[in-house]
Design a protein. Structure first.
Lengths: 335, 1038
């Protein structure tokens, strides 16, 4: 039971409880203890750096990500392809070891955890939903078998597992398809089933990698709705990598990763740029036509507070060293 | 794993190709492991039964004999001896299982009352069932007898008559029946084990060679019930014997030790010795022969099984690697879902493990069934094929090895980080070091070195170890070759980029970069090396078995016969085969030097009928026939009706009074030399009486005082025989005297060497002038020069390597000088110990004697056996046994090495086919994984036929390279190793054996396999390309 409390050390391999309280009315009903708000953030990254490749052939996927996600938040990770979103997601799932920096999940620092402890953490704390519906599932097993498969490492009784699996399938609208092999389900059904599988052990953190990218709009809407339901009923923290604006809008908070850094954030429909620890600033793409890469800009304090960022016009003198200065024109200020 | 079996079953069905591949290979591995022990056990029983099923029943019997008072002799012998034998065998049940009920015989010599004729009287257990009655009934009470037909005729007796005997307790004996003595064939049955001449002395098979001066043969035995002996007083002495005949079909391999120990213990049992019971048996020698054959079987079977088991494991590793890659995504998912290490391993291995668990019993049963089927063809009919615990353990071990192979194959997929799996960054196999290559090359070189330096000198065990060399050579060639193919394809990158079309461009890159290519080459090359070696070994073995069988028997068939008394077998065969191409008489006499066997043959027939195989002799057989039969004087024949013989002597000088002239006569019927003398040699007619002809005059001697030397001369003319009341000249007797007669001493003793006289002729060949001279004690003799001396002979190189004359034993057992006209690498009929001479000369040299140790045979040409056999029987020639080359070949094929060779062939062939199947399957799987790539190429307007050609080229190159590498390695191994691998049990005389694999059978077998592979590869390529459609690009890659 202790494993379900936020911020406690991870030590066991089992997950969930044998109390029989999973039959809640919420999606993927979770133990009442979990419903209590944890004190620690659901996700905290500090200066997270990850470098792929071999010496002499390195590629920095993450360049110092600082991020805090509170329990119960729903966050969309946005950004161009290759920006590092998926790498960040894998770090949150404990699948990668940082080159530098740290990651905490529900107050548990992942650094230094053994492989066994990380496995246990994933079992109890994290649900993962992958982009390709088929890759979330064992195609030869039934829908029910897939949910049971996810629960297999837990110490729940067989009856409890089956009841929980049936409830989950019911919630995702697959009760009728429980006995059908997963490989024979449609793409939308497979992704709904994948969500049920991800929630099988009542995770407090649901990680989704482009969960709707291969679905038709109706199926995508179903999946978003189910994710929202899980968040609403369980307080499950949701972090989803997506390119889909509708998903981003549905999740509320957005974090934009650019070039391995947190480049922007959105709250309540407003978009913000994020200033890095070293003062770096990554501009959103829609203003780059005004301040194209290589151009010089002048940052000045604006009257009434704030900073005014204006493209500098030095009369043709190249001060950047890149030869990228524009041909002039009036600079624009971005606040 | 909950709900696991159903899920696993569905998963196995989903990956049916790989699943079936794993299952088949695992079944074959278990079957291969099972086959070895099952086959070994069955073959041991077959070998033991073959060894015990001796042509002569007595050889597989235990015999106990005793002499003494006959009234209770047989009972006192049989009961304790049975008890002793049963004790040593482990009880009466074992005794009755392994041996037939004992045959008992008691025999005494008794005298008839009036004439005092000595007659054998006997009781032989079961006599009423085995003697054919021609009149009356079998005696049932004491003092009743049955008599032989010849005895009845001689004594004018019939059923109901009585015979008065000297012993009061016997007299009178009542004749109840007349029996027909058993034929020679019947005497060879398991019933008549006693010396037949003790019981049937009057029959022809006991009087085949009788000296004209010897006493007439005795009567056949009187057969009476045992009760007759019980009534006799103790003073009547006789002999009793009991035989326990082993039943070969009851013997199992496990009985050998007990049987040997029991027979040996029986032979040395002190209680029997104390009771004056003599024991004998050749069962220990037969058992030792079987044991020797076993040792020639065990090691090859073990090595064959182990090699093929290793190959099966390697194959399993190959297929399981593909299977593990196919499941890698699911394994990654399990780890993502929080599965721990052990649970992940269990999940990852569940499918192949289930297949292996099924394969264990299935493979064991399949191995047993395959061995059973093989045994029906190869082993002695009726040999049981059991499933011993060792076979089950071996199958379990093979399955365990399969688990290890699958674990090793799956290790990478089970331990690969989840993110790498998703990114597919670790699909390339780790670089292989050179350690394995070095170990295999060193092992192969060491094996070859040991073989070359040890060879036969260290015995069969070392030779058997040579079977490891093909496997090592094959693997060494495979691992080296596996590096060459990708290298070669990389070198072709530039050329295929500049030209050659899309197909070659793609094929070269796929071959060079496909991670499974190396494994495919290794497995294919190793499997084909073993298969090629096995096919070569089998083909060479079969050819050599044919050569040995032909050389042992001598012709297509050899009938051991006995001619009717007084008739020459050669004349009979001349009559029934006037063309001289279907049958030949071969008289055999074993003797010195070097255990040589004299084969007295009809040379022209021998040249036509005997099995002359390449390499046996350098000279054409017809040339040899002429060389064996140089011109010689014809014998001086005296007709059958002759009653006298005379010669006219004149111009006699140098003899003292009382000197005799002796004619030495050989009778055609009985052989030998009989002297007939005229006591006083003088001028005039010298006449002697003559009887028992036809005869031949072999020599005339002058027998003067032995203490004085003889020197003189005489003229002989008009040598005549009296027949039909008148004297008739003996044809050609005095013609060409200088060549037809030889003057010399009578005795061949070296002390008689010296001046030997001279023979000249005159008057147109009508007389002989004989100038004689001989030292004292050595009578001068005039010998008929009808036998060349030394006699020309074809001699086995195993007897001598010199062309100098040598002395061997003639048909009468006396020394005879022979001169090789050619040395044969192998002589048909006695490959390494044969001395072949002209039968006519041999008979003359032996003075027509063909008794004693001489074995008379008639050899027949292919297809002539039935006709010759029936015509011989019609000519009253007794046929005692028939040996055919086919039977000899079958017997050799049931020897240990041949049995191992067949096992090797069967399993290696199956392994090669499996390897080829697995390789095709692997290439097909690799092609399927590329179907998205092909779909993209199709979408990019690359022609489908180019893709098809690309895949076909890839398959043909990979499969062909592996197969050809293996075939080359196998042929090299065959060339290097085969001569060191024992093909026959020790002690089998062999002609020169040929070791070059016959191109026909080997080429055909390999061609069939290559065609099958090509067909499978083509079908696989077509299937893969057909499945590649541009629509696939809309689906995510699995």
């Amino acid at each position: 039971m202790s494993g379900t409390e936020a911020g406690t050390a991870v030590s066991g391999t089992e997950s969930g409880t044998a109390s029989g309280t999973e039959s809640g009315t919420v999606l993927g009903g979770r133990e009442p203890a979990v419903a209590a708000a944890p004190a620690a953030p659901a996700v905290r990254c500090e200066n997270l750096v990850h470098v792929f490749g071999t010496p002499g052939n390195e590629v920095a996927a993450l360049r110092g990500v600082d991020l805090v996600i509170e329990p119960g938040e729903m966050v969309a990770l946005l950004g161009p392809s290759g920006a590092g979103k998926t790498t960040l997601l894998w770090h949150l799932a404990g699948l990668l070891a940082p080159t530098a920096g740290m990651v905490e999940i529900n107050g548990l620092p992942l650094a230094g955890l053994s492989g066994r402890a990380l496995t246990s953490m994933r079992l109890r704390e994290v649900g993962l939903l992958l982009q390709n519906p088929a890759s979330n599932l064992l195609p030869s097993r039934t829908a029910l078998g897939n949910v049971l498969f996810a629960q297999s490492p837990t110490r729940r009784t067989r009856v409890m597992k089956r009841k929980r699996a049936s409830d989950l399938l019911d919630r995702v609208g697959l009760a009728e398809a429980a006995r059908r092999p997963a490989g024979l389900l449609s793409g939308g059904e497979q992704q709904r089933l994948a969500l049920a599988v991800a929630l099988a052990n009542g995770p407090r953190l649901l990680l989704a990698d482009e969960p709707t990218s291969q679905l038709d709009p109706a199926s995508a809407a179903d999946v978003i709705e189910l994710i929202q339901a899980a968040n609403a009923s369980l307080g499950t923290t949701v972090v989803a990598v997506t390119h889909d604006p509708e998903v981003a809008a549905a999740l509320g908070r957005t974090i934009t990763i650019r070039d391995g850094r947190v480049g922007g954030a959105g709250h309540g429909g407003r978009e913000f740029v994020v200033i890095g620890k070293d003062g770096t600033l990554t501009l959103p793409a829609d203003v780059l036509d005004e301040l194209p890469p290589g151009s010089l800009a002048e940052a000045t304090r604006a009257e009434g507070g704030g900073i005014l960022l204006r493209r500098a016009d030095l009369g043709g003198t190249d001060l950047s060293g890149t030869g990228g200065l524009g041909s002039g024109g009036a600079g624009k200020e971005h606040q | 794993m909950r709900g696991g079996i159903g899920g696993i079953w569905r998963a196995l069905r989903q990956r049916a190709g790989v699943s079936i591949g794993i299952l088949v290979v695992a079944v074959v591995a278990a079957a291969a492991a099972t086959t070895g022990p099952v086959y070994d056990a069955a073959a041991r029983t077959s070998i033991l039964r073959d060894a015990l099923a001796t042509p002569t029943v007595l050889d597989r019997s235990v015999e106990a004999t005793s002499t003494g008072s006959v009234n209770d002799l047989v009972g006192n012998l049989t009961k304790p001896a049975s008890g002793v034998l049963a004790d040593h065998l482990g009880g009466p049940a074992q005794l009755s299982r392994l041996f037939q009920p004992p045959l008992q015989d008691v025999l005494a010599q008794v005298l008839t009352g009036q004439q005092g004729l000595q007659v054998p009287i006997t009781w032989h257990s079961g006599q009423c069932a085995h003697l054919r009655m021609t009149a009356g009934t079998c005696p049932a009470a004491a003092r009743q007898v049955m008599i032989s037909a010849s005895f009845a005729a001689q004594r004018h007796l019939k059923p109901g008559d009585t015979i008065t005997m000297r012993q009061a307790a016997l007299s009178p004996l009542t004749v109840t029946g007349v029996y027909a003595p058993p034929s020679l064939d019947e005497l060879n049955s398991a019933y008549w084990l006693a010396d037949p001449c003790d019981h049937f002395a009057h029959e022809s098979y006991c009087i085949a060679s009788v000296d004209v001066n010897a006493a007439p043969p005795g009567p056949d035995a009187l057969f009476t019930p045992a009760a007759t002996f019980a009534a006799l007083p103790p003073s009547v002495q006789g002999q009793a014997a009991a035989w326990w005949v082993l039943n070969p079909q009851s013997a199992h391999a496990r009985d050998l030790g007990t049987l040997t120990a029991a027979a040996q213990a029986f032979l040395t049992d002190s209680s029997l010795a104390g009771a004056n019971v003599a024991t004998s048996s050749t069962i220990p020698q037969l058992a030792a022969q079987a044991q020797s054959d076993w040792s020639a079987l065990d090691v090859p079977v073990l090595l064959v099984t182990v090699q093929l088991l290793l190959l099966a494991w390697l194959l399993l590793f190959l297929i399981a690697t593909d299977a593990a890659e196919a499941r890698a995504a699911e394994v990654a998912l399990a780890r993502l879902r929080g599965y721990g290490r052990f649970r992940t391993v269990a999940f990852g291995l569940s499918e192949p493990a289930l297949l292996l668990l099924f394969a264990f019993p299935a493979g064991a049963l399949a191995g047993w069934a395959a061995t059973w089927a093989l045994s029906r063809i190869l082993l002695r009919p009726g040999t049981p094929v059991a499933l011993p615990w060792l076979a089950v353990a071996a199958a379990a071990l093979a399955t365990l090895g399969g688990f290890i192979a699958i674990g090793a194959a799956s290790r990478r997929a089970l331990t690969r980080p989840v993110t790498q799996q998703w990114k597919r960054t670790s699909r390339d196999a780790a670089r292989r070091g050179w350690v394995l290559d070095a170990v295999l090359l060193t092992g192969a070189a060491a094996g070859l070195a040991e073989l070359f330096t040890g060879g036969y000198a260290t015995g069969a065990r070392s030779g058997s170890l040579g079977l490891l060399v093909p496997g090592l050579l094959g693997l060494a060639a495979a691992v080296v070759a596996s590096r060459l193919l990708p290298l070669g394809c990389r070198l072709a990158f530039g050329a295929t980029r500049r030209g050659g079309g899309t197909a070659l461009f793609l094929a070269a890159r796929h071959i060079a970069r496909r991670p499974g290519g190396t494994r495919t080459t290794i497995v294919l090359a190793a499997a084909f090396a073993l298969a090629t070696f096995a096919v070569s070994s089998y083909a060479v073995g079969q050819r050599n078995i044919g050569r040995v069988a032909a050389a042992q028997v001598g012709a297509d068939a050899a009938l051991t016969v006995q001619a009717p008394p007084g008739q020459d077998l050669g004349a009979i065969v001349d009559r029934i085969d006037p063309d001289g191409t279907q049958a030949v008489v071969v008289d055999q006499y074993p003797g010195a030097p070097k255990q040589a066997l004299l084969l007295a043959v009809q040379p022209k027939r021998y040249a036509s009928v005997a099995s002359w195989l390449p390499g046996f002799v350098a000279v054409p057989p017809r040339t040899l026939a002429a060389a064996l039969s140089p011109p010689a004087a014809a014998p001086v024949q005296i007709p059958a009706t002759a009653t006298g013989l005379r010669v006219k002597v004149s111009a006699l000088t140098g003899v003292k009074p009382g000197t005799a002239l002796t004619f030495w006569i050989s009778q055609t019927a009985s052989g030998g030399q009989t002297p007939v003398a005229v006591s006083s040699l003088r001028d005039g007619w010298m006449t002697v009486p003559m009887s028992g002809c036809p005869c031949q005059v072999t020599m005339m001697t002058i027998d003067g005082p032995p203490a004085e030397p003889a020197n003189g001369r005489l003229t002989l003319s008009d040598l005549q025989a009296r027949a039909g009341g008148s004297w008739v000249p003996l044809s050609g007797a005095l013609a060409n005297p200088a060549l037809s007669w030889l003057a010399g001493p009578e005795s061949p003793d070296p002390s008689c060497a010296g001046p030997s006289g001279q023979v000249t002729g005159g008057n147109g060949g009508q007389h002989i002038d004989w100038k004689f001279s001989a030292p004292s004690g050595c009578g001068p003799a005039l010998k008929r020069n009808d036998v060349p001396s030394p006699m020309p002979a074809l001699v086995s190189a195993g007897v001598t390597r010199s062309m100098d004359p040598l002395t061997t034993l003639g048909l009468d057992g006396r020394g005879v000088s022979v001169k090789p006209v050619a040395l044969a690498a192998a002589v048909p009929g006695s490959p390494t110990r044969g001395i072949v001479v002209d039968r006519t000369f041999a008979l003359r040299a032996a003075y027509l004697t063909t008794g004693g140790l001489v074995t008379e045979q008639v050899w027949t040409a292919p297809g002539a056996l039935t006709r010759i056999r029936s015509q011989l029987a019609a000519a009253h020639v007794a046929i005692t046994s028939v040996a055919t080359t086919g039977d000899a070949r079958a017997a050799l094929q049931r020897q240990g090495p041949a049995l191992a060779s067949v096992l090797f062939l069967a399993i290696a062939g199956a392994a090669a086919l499996l390897a080829a199947g697995a390789a095709v399957l692997g290439l097909y799987q690799a092609g399927r994984r590329r179907r998205h790539e092909y779909a993209a190429l199709l979408a990019g307007r690359v022609a489908r036929r180019s893709l098809r050609a690309s895949l076909l080229i890839e398959q043909v190159v990979v499969l062909g390279f592996g197969a050809l590498t293996g075939i080359a390695a196998g042929l090299a191994a065959a060339a290097l190793v085969l001569r060191y691998v024992p093909e026959f049990s020790s002690g089998v005389p062999t002609p020169p054996l040929l070791y070059a694999p016959p191109p026909g059978p080997v080429g055909e077998a390999l061609l069939v396999v290559l065609l099958a592979i090509s067909a499978a590869a083509t079908l696989a390529a077509l299937a893969v390309v057909r499945a590649a459609r541009p629509e696939l690009l809309r689906q995510a890659q699995p």
